[in-house]
Ligand binder design. Structure first.
Ligand code: DNO
Length: 391
């Protein structure tokens, strides 16, 4: 696997030099300063690329080129934004970048309710608490339909939770959910958030599936012509939020999508932490089924409590069987190598990390601390080395 770290650009508190010392050889990055929907011009891509090259690292995967909301809803200027997207892809290919990660989650990218959950060992982790999410929805956002969507027990639990919050905790919860986590590109005020959600009111799950399929179908000729791969990131968490559907959460979602757009350029970012939140997702079989189109790996683990809550565990602990996942990835690499595929080596990044040691005293991007991720990468590297002797 190509060992990568995500880098948010020159303003990232974790520098390229730090990343090099973590032992990563590759960078996963994006032009975060370019507004969603605008074309990434060649000059801008090259500038970013030069910073990475000069640090002795290699930028091979873009995470992410965001998909404009008009495309997800197929309203307004969606055709214009698809054309821009194609142009961005073409420009990336011109610069030698061939793998593009993206997601199709409506309104929000990844979502957590708490960014600094204290763990027993003194570290902090990202977590998702369902009562907190519902409390936000019912009593802070005050979304009209929410009361009808939750059952009385759920509403009562959310109310009890809400009553424990002081003003600062209400603000922290609100910011965690709507301000935009790192890489989300967009953050909202409460009013903007409600408006964005309302825009999806008339869209069903099958509409959203269809919009994703049409988007990819429109991109395939460009992808094939320039030998590019798009790899969709699963929904995080893999369930509908705020009454809006999500379409990349389950094995059935993947099957549906890849059947509708079978081109191999239509690929997958296999994020073990996102898929792993659902007990009904059999990660091994999902991996095996779509192995040939997995072009990017996010390795992390989560721990569920069976009641809808989860937090991010250490990389080799939690509900994800990381041994099996690394083994599956290395076996797929061996298979590709035998076929003579030049893309046999799959880029992998340790996804998220706890705040540990000095991370605890520094301003870090939630989930993207230096030392927590370094620990994750080191553990994964050791695991991969041991498994590589037997696959
Ligand atoms: C969170 C990330 C996501 C991911 C996007 C891909 O840490 O895994 O933000 O980058 O969903 O488009």
């Amino acid at each position: 696997m190509k060992e990568a770290f995500r880098w948010y650009g020159p303003k990232d508190p974790v520098s390229l030099a730090d990343i090099r010392q973590a032992g990563a050889t590759h960078i996963v990055s994006a032009l975060h300063h370019i507004p969603n929907g605008a074309i990434w011009e060649i000059e801008a891509i090259k500038q970013h690329q030069k910073l990475i090259d000069d640090a002795g690292l290699k930028w091979e995967v873009v995470e992410s080129v965001p998909v404009h909301e008009d495309i997800k809803q197929r309203v307004g200027d969606f055709e214009y934004y698809i054309e821009n997207y194609k142009k961005t892809l073409e420009n990336l290919a011109y610069c030698g970048i061939s793998v593009v990660c993206y997601n199709f989650m409506p309104v929000l990218d990844w979502t957590r309710t708490h960014l600094y959950k204290p763990l027993d060992d003194g570290a902090t982790a990202l977590s998702f608490e369902i009562d907190a999410l519902r409390a936000f929805d019912l009593f802070i956002l005050k979304r009209k339909e929410a009361k009808k969507e939750y059952n009385p027990d759920q509403i009562e639990a959310a109310k009890i939770y809400f009553n424990t919050l002081d003003t600062a905790a209400v603000e922290a919860l609100t910011q965690s959910i709507i301000a935009g986590l790192p890489g989300a590109e967009e953050g909202y005020t409460l009013n903007q958030f409600i408006e964005r959600i309302q825009a999806y009111k008339h869209l069903t799950k099958s509409d959203l599936h269809q919009h994703l399929i049409l988007f990819l179908k429109a991109l395939v000729p460009t992808l094939e012509r320039f030998e590019l791969k798009m790899c969709i990131h699963p929904d995080d968490p893999p369930q509908p939020l705020f009454g809006i559907p999500r379409v990349v959460s389950t094995a059935a979602d993947l099957d549906h999508f890849f059947k509708a757009v079978p081109a191999l350029a239509n690929g997958l970012t296999f994020c073990t932490g996102s898929f792993g939140v659902r007990a009904d997702n059999d990660l091994q079989s999902m991996f095996d089924k779509h192995a040939s189109r997995i072009y990017f790996l996010h390795f992390r683990s989560t721990l569920r409590d069976g009641k809808g809550n989860f937090y991010e565990a250490n990389h080799l602990e939690g509900d994800v069987d990381m041994y099996s996942m690394v083994k599956a990835a290395l076996s797929e690499e061996v298979r590709r190598k035998k076929l003579g595929r030049t893309d046999w080596e799959i880029p992998m990044r340790p996804d998220h990390g706890h705040q540990i040691l000095d991370d605890l005293h520094k301003v870090t991007n939630p989930g993207y601390s230096a030392i927590g991720r370094l620990r994750g990468l080191a553990e994964l590297r050791g695991l991969a080395l041991a498994i590589s002797k037997i696959v």
